[in-house]
Design a protein. Sequence first.
Length: 253
Amino acid sequence: MSESLIGWLREACSRYRVEPVAVYRESLDHEWPLTAKDEEDLQRQLRGGGHFLPLPKEPAALANILEVSLVDFILNEILALQSATAERGTERGYPDIEIAGKQFGGGYHAVDVKVARRKKSGASTQSRITLYTGNTYFRYPQLHWPGTFRPFQDYKSHLDLLVLYTLDEDSLARAQDVELIVQEAWKIGSKQRSSTTREYIGAVTSINDLRAGSGEFDTEEAFYAYWRKFNFKIGKAVQQQLDRLLADQKEHG
């Protein structure tokens, strides 16, 4: 069922172009009204008038800007379909987009957007992409965790939309050579965490492997078995959430 959605997302992404080009600021360095013949002319005049500041180069800040732009694009693309719906997730929740409808076989599908900078070599990502938070909704998929639309197990598929870019510090847009990749999350999974301090499940870092969906697991079952047995830490706040959810589940059968 998810194959049709994967195909649709890949086709839609082929039409996407990076929209954030700079930070706009007010300025009075040119005459008003401003008239432009096309987008290129408008950008030239705004830049010349001192209206443009570069986007942030800090990875998390730039990633957030690119993610918002791409999620907006996908939501607009879904609006054009007759038998599918989509909803944006919360900023720190899972997933970034929930897609449903007959067009994609019914049920619900989770689409998470991941932004990663390329290393200078261009062969791998600068840091390991995070697939899931391992000690909450992934570890206890039957529970409806805060920040999620529904329990993890209720999704028919879990897809990742990867945004790869090369940092250009001299460019206003910062992100150059943007490439979009759509894969099932387990297919790009590694056996490494993406953080030494947080309970995150990491992806492989090779860009060729990300493109090919060649992770470190031969099957989806092997991926889930490995990470569900992983010894993730459960801090006090997570334990309190877990206790409440388990109590609610017991009370409501």
